[in-house]
Design a protein around this ligand. Structure first.
Ligand code: G3P
Ligand code: CA
Length: 247
């Protein structure tokens, strides 16, 4: 079976991360999978952005959960990368879904944890709004929902039990209880950090029957090693240069 080469935030070496420009590069390079991130604003609108603040990737500032959607809609998410990307927007979740449907590209969508005073309420809203939006996703788009946050994954599973779930583990969170976390989340897919991941651990994941997609691997030799050990996919910032590893 083909291996998955998953474009982390689009192809952020060629266009500003998590923008339509970056997702268009994925399509133009014939990459089949996009990885991207969701967060929610104070007025409960869902956007495609990695950080919990606007500061690094836009010309606005502030924590996502404390700003209004108008602030995000007005933000320029491209100028910092290169002048020709000035005017790029932070995509909405609905725009992302439309893009996936139109271009028939598959997606690993990560639910970001919410911070701040209203964190639990907004995290629930993020899960609810994501579940509702997915009703508009075409069947031909393959989807993996991932999160570092098992509670959000469990809640999402309750709303949409027929979808595919992946637990994200960092080097620090991949403890002895990792398989219990998988079971609690009804996850069939593991997304471990490449850092510190051993052949024995990866083979254990495969022996338990899980699909394993490793992040974030930008070294071709390391990607080849992980695939040789049995990894099913590689999440990478240089998907265009890893495509030859699909077969
Ligand atoms: O999906 C893997 C990776 O995206 C998780 O880390 O911080 O880049 O979202 P991060
Ligand atoms: Ca991510």
């Amino acid at each position: 079976m083909d291996k998955k080469i998953i474009a982390h935030r689009g192809i952020p070496t060629l266009a500003p991360e998590n923008t339509m420009a970056s997702f268009n590069v994925v399509v133009n390079q014939d990459v089949k999978w996009i990885e991207t991130d969701l967060s929610i604003t104070k007025d409960e609108k869902v956007f495609v952005i990695h950080d919990d603040k606007l500061n690094r990737t836009t010309n606005q500032s502030g924590s996502i959960e404390t700003v209004d959607s108008s602030d995000v809609l007005n933000a320029d998410a491209g100028y910092w990368f290169a002048e020709r990307f000035r005017g790029e927007k932070v995509p909405t979740l609905d725009q992302l879904i439309d893009f996936l449907n139109i271009h028939k590209v598959n997606a690993n969508i990560e639910l970001k944890g919410v911070v701040g005073d209203n964190a639990n309420y907004l995290a629930d809203k993020l899960v609810e709004k994501f579940a509702e939006a997915l009703d508009n996703l075409d069947d031909h788009v393959d989807l993996i929902i991932s999160s570092f946050n098992p509670i959000m994954l469990e809640k999402m599973y309750k709303l949409r039990p027929n979808l595919k779930y992946a637990v994200l583990f960092s080097r620090e969170t991949l403890g002895d209880d990792w398989n219990l976390v998988m079971q609690a989340c009804h996850a069939k897919i593991v997304h471990p950090d490449s850092s510190g991941l051993t052949q024995a651990k990866l083979e254990q994941m495969k022996d338990y029957g899980y699909e394993v997609n490793v992040w974030t691997v930008d070294d071709v030799n390391r990607a080849q090693e992980l695939l040789k050990w049995g990894a099913d996919g590689i999440i990478t910032n240089i998907a265009d240069r890893m495509l030859f590893l699909e077969k």
